[in-house]
Structures are given as C-alpha cells and as structure tokens.
Design a protein. Sequence first.
Lengths: 87, 417
Amino acid sequence: MQIFSCPFCGPRPEPEFHFGGEAGNDRPVGGALVPEGEWAAYLHLRHNPKGSTREIWMHRTCLEVFVMERDTVTMQAAPGVALGGPT
Amino acid sequence: MTRRYSALALLKEGLTGQKGWQPAWDDRPLRPRYDIVIIGGGGHGLATAYYLARTHGITNVAVIEKGWLGGGNTGRNTTVVRSNYFFPESVRLYDLSLKLYEKLSIELNYNIMLSQRGMVSIAHTPSEMEMSARVVNAMQINGTDAELLDADGVRKRLPIHHGGPDARYPALGGIWQGRAGTARHDAVAWGYARAASRLGVDIIQQCEVEDFIIEGGRCRGLCTSRGEVRADRVGMAVAGHSSALAAKAGFRLPVTSYALQACVSEPVKPILDTVVLSPGTGTYASQSDKGEIVIGGALDRVPSYGQRGNLPVLETVVAGLLEMFPAFRQLTLMRQWAGIVDVVPDSSPILGESPLPGLFLDCGWGTGGFKAIPAGGTLLAHLLATGQHHDISRPFDLDRFHTGRLVDEAAGSGIAH
C-alpha cells in the first residue's frame, strides 16, 4: 500500500486519494471568445509525463484539494502542498 | 529444413531428432532506409507489418522494438477477445478484429489457440438488466452475435457462480456473446512476427527510439539506439508509452497512462469454461488451457509508467473473485503483473495521422488492446500504405477530440477502459 501525504491530515493510505489531473492545466479565460482548439486542448490534451510530474489530488476523507509532486515510474511521492498560489 | 508447421512436419522432425526447425523470424540488422518503419514490436506493430506486406505488397518495412517482441501489453493482458460494444463504429471495428482472429491460425500457419468459449457479462441489478438488454439490442442491430440471459441462463452457463437471491451480488441475468473467448497472447505476437518476417519485414529488437527526424515539418525517420533510420512514413503502436514518444515528436495526446493489473492462480482441473465479467464486483476471469484461473479487474487509479500495480486494487479484484466464486477461496495465486495502458476520455482508440505529418498513430486502446490486434494492424497498415483512412478507422481519428464527436464507449457499453 502506498502512502500519500495530505497537507492537512498527514500521511494516509492511497485509496483515500483521488487523482484530479495535471497541475497547470488552467481553464481558459474568456468564455465564448476562447478559440475551440484551446478548449479542446484544455479538456483533452495531456502531457502524461514519464517520470517527474506535478498533479492535483483530492484527499477524499477531508475533501481538500492539493498539489503533489510525484514520479510516475518509481511512484515516489513528495508530501502534498496546499493550493494557494499558481499551480 | 522445416519452415511450414503441420502434423506431417511434427512427425518428420520427431523422427529426425528435431534438428530441422528454423527460428520463427530472422534477426536482421537495422538498415538506414525503409519505405515504412513501425515503432513497437507488440501485437499491433507486428500485425501492421504483416498486413503491409500481405495486403499492400509493401515489404521494405522495419518493426523496431525497445525490448523484446510481445513483452509489453501483448504479454500482460488476460487474453480475452470479444466485440460486445455499443456504438456501430465500435462494433464494426471490434467485429473486424474478431473475424480476423477467427481465421488467424490458418492464415498465419501458427496456432494462436483461439478458444471461442463465449463470455457472460453478469447483470446484478434491475437497472443493469435494462442496460444489458440495450447493449444486446445494439449488438444485434449492428450485426454481431449477442443474447440476453435471464437468471437461469447465467446459472446454466456458470454453475459454480454464487449468484442466487441470497448472494451479495445476485445474478439477474446478463449478456452472452458466444463468439467471444480467449487466444494465446504470445502466439499472436509470434505468429504475426513469423509471417511478417517470411514476407521480408525486418524485425529489430533491443532498439529504442531516441528522437524523431523532422525535416520541413514532416517526420522523415527516427534516431534510435542502433543509429538513424529514414522512412517515407512512420507508424507508432506503443500503447502506454504513446505520450512519451509524442512529446519527442512535439505534440500532446488525450492519453493518460495507468497500470492495469492481472494475476493468475495455480493450475487446477477444468472448472470454468466461459469468460465471465461482473461489473458489480469489478472482476473478470477465465480458465487458461493450462488450468490456471486468469483474473483481471479495474485500473489502478494512479497514473503510472511503472509496470507493477498496487495492492488495494489487487485486493478488490481478488475479493470480487471470491464473492463470485467462493470455491476459489483455496486457490493459490502464482503470478501478478501489470501493463501500462493508454486511457483516453471516450474509451475508444486513436487511429490516424498525428499532428506531425508522416507519423501515424495506433493507440488509445486502453485496457482493450489485445482483442483489437488484427483490426489495429489492418487499419494502421491501410493508413501507412495509402495515407488515407479506412472507412472503419475514420471515426477514430484524433480530430474527434477537437470536433467533439467522441465515440464514448464508457457510457455506451459501460466498459471500464
């Protein structure tokens, strides 16, 4: 069982967490003025990196959302960091 | 020298000390130039090479593989073949695959051990029964075989299933596809490799792609660990590693890579003679020809390139198996493994030219790539040979993520990938 670290609750078992997507994939601003290619990229295109990555995760028991740096090959995960600044 | 496999060849070799067998495929060096180079020596890549040679007469082709043939997801799946999908586009695609599988042993002169033992997808609730009826109707309208089972029908096909009224997951009925079954996964890769090699295709193992040669905005070849190779067109069939190669080619894909686990028990006497899937418990199982119970389940929900898998998902899968078949409680697990699967938002594959002209994609099969090998090979070969879509592959072009015309099988047939 892998242990992830919630910035609010500390180390907790992996099934308590939910993957929320890649960090930095921010919703385009501008509504109807945003070109459809940009919407499509925001919705669907992913870096899906092999190796080091920054991701949004939710701790489902406390429902807080945070950023976690992780390695997709070794599965090592740094302690989660609370959202606040730019992701 | 024995090249063709037959009962007569077996007899002859048996009498002459087994000395005449030849390697199934030739080990040739990478040449600097080909008409077409295919990245990925799994089922899809090898099938593509075979169909390029056989259907399109293009034999100046190389398949390059980072590891060994069929060592990725082709060697890590649960060997199930089926075509029980919902949308007409999907049924056309997967039924093409099943039809090709049905004659593949003879076509390749290689026994892929296809066993069309049928598959039951169990419905546990009234709403699942209604969804099953809807999928069965869709499959029949789309021209593939499907039958709606009631509780008795499930009991007859799965006498050892714990699905009575007292069960936590009672079986109210289910979907039966009689043409579904299993095939020997290694044999599919090796059979295609042998047939392609006979037709003149170069198969290069232990050769990793390091970069793409891009000139004039077009893919002109590859830099590999064995040197440069140039080609008019390049095909890519690398499943869970599609995004990593796409990054080298300068574009992104709507793909997230996850580990999909499976495990296998010790071999026991015949007890389960169909493939069984239970969406309720999240577990599916079949019995291999050796007698092992082959067990699979849902994805690990942590994006991963590590071919291992995690314990919580394995626990859920095994718990589901025991819920369905309490008799399996005493089975010992022999092996557990994981493959890295390329999951896309609509659970349908991506086939077509990539944003880098000259580079063609066959990816996004998610957890269902094995059953699609003959179709993926046929369609990628068509794309590489003609530069144009086949009618069957057109709906699966990458442009659907721009236009929004998705083929959402997760919603349609409720498949997990």
